[in-house]
Design a protein around this ligand. Structure first.
Ligand SMILES: [Cu+2]
Length: 88
């Protein structure tokens, strides 16, 4: 597997034919629906096809996407939210 293919770029925001993975993140400081939609937007800016589920009370974001874990976490950080990946 070529690791370069895992790097999402502006030119290739979609990942045709790539398998999606389920990713669970703990996101700090989401307090309202606006935060939830900001985080959702950040994730879909990396992968428009991503399935994003935000659970505000627990601060948990579940993402089903072909984008890499690192790029999703980085996009959420860039939107202003500290986050860490939860291991199941
Ligand atoms: Cu908010």
């Amino acid at each position: 597997m070529n690791p370069a293919l895992d790097l999402p770029t502006m030119e290739t925001p979609i990942f045709p034919g790539k398998e999606t993975a389920m990713l669970k993140l703990k996101v700090q400081d989401m307090s309202c629906g606006h935060c939830a939609s900001t985080v959702r937007k950040a994730v879909t800016s990396v992968d428009p096809a991503a399935e994003v589920t935000v659970d505000l009370p627990s601060g948990t974001v579940t993402v089903e996407s072909a984008a890499s874990e690192a790029s999703i976490g980085e996009a959420i950080r860039a939107a202003g939210y500290r986050n860490e990946t939860l291991t199941a």
